[in-house]
Write a protein that binds this ligand. Structure first.
Ligand code: GLP
Length: 252
């Protein structure tokens, strides 16, 4: 796990955008794993800016998002489908037909999870997986207690996750209770992982991910076993690390 701590969130976003743009320059037909969440908003904004400046194209990209809420169809304004359409797919030259997410409105969510996992495999697997981290250490919607060997499946959302995500819904009661998420083993199959965390609220989860034991108590800690995982942090998200000075403190 390569850990890089930069002072400000804007520097984290800029570095992540550079890594993605460089990756796409070398491999324009890449299979990207995409994430939603507030951490990703400024990153997608920056990528759209660079697309408009002619610095990157998404025309050859196939993508698979980590997760989707069960019960929300693609047209629901709070669905991750809608989030991705607004944040990245529509404002760029990305072929929306190749931007995949699990269908939250599938009649049989467990079957949809299997179908999604098979689609990822059929596409040749994920070249680069973008990740955020939940305050409780989740990746995708793999909440604490999730099996580290899990594949794409239906998961119940933790109360703290539903509370954190209620911002975008009218009330916590409106936040879906279940999601389809790539499993932890599905995520670890990606050839490269790039996790971003910014802000003090993520500091405890970040410390558990990097310096804690590999444990279902912090699903993100499974990334310690990945052979090509990069973690980009701002100083606030890194503030609970005991060995903070031992990581990259500038772009490696
Ligand atoms: C969400 C998503 C994750 C995301 C995480 C952090 O619930 N399922 O993929 O990384 O929680 O979100 P945020 O960036 O809004 O803090």
């Amino acid at each position: 796990m390569k850990v890089c701590i930069l002072p400000q969130p804007a520097e984290v976003i800029d570095y992540a955008a550079d890594l993605l743009v460089d990756h796409l320059a070398v491999m324009p037909d890449t299979v990207l794993g995409l994430a939603t969440g507030q951490t990703m908003v400024p990153l997608y904004d920056e990528l759209v800016r660079r697309y408009r400046d002619g610095l990157v194209s998404f025309a050859g990209v196939t993508s698979f998002n980590l997760d989707e809420y069960i019960g929300l169809g693609p047209d629901h304004p709070r669905s991750f489908h809608a989030f991705m359409a607004t944040a990245l797919f529509t404002p760029t030259d990305m072929d929306i037909q190749r931007g995949h997410l699990p269908r939250g409105d599938a009649p049989d969510p467990a079957a949809e999870a299997l179908r999604y996992e098979a689609m990822i495999r059929a596409a040749g697997g994920i070249d680069l997986q973008l990740l955020g981290i939940g305050k409780n250490g989740h990746i995708g919607f793999n909440e604490p207690g999730s099996r580290l060997a899990s594949r794409t499946c239906v998961k119940a959302l933790a109360a703290s996750t539903r509370a954190a995500n209620q911002l975008l819904f009218h009330s916590e009661d409106d936040v879906p209770r279940f999601a389809i998420t790539m499993g932890i083993a599905t995520i670890l199959d990606a050839r490269r992982c790039l996790l971003l965390a910014t802000g003090r609220a993520k500091a405890a989860a970040v410390a558990a991910m990097i310096e804690g034991p590999v444990s279902t108590g912090c699903p993100a800690s499974a990334l310690q076993g990945h052979r090509y995982a990069t973690v980009l942090l701002d100083a606030a998200a890194a503030s609970d690390l005991r060995h903070g000075g031992d990581y990259h403190l500038e772009r490696p």
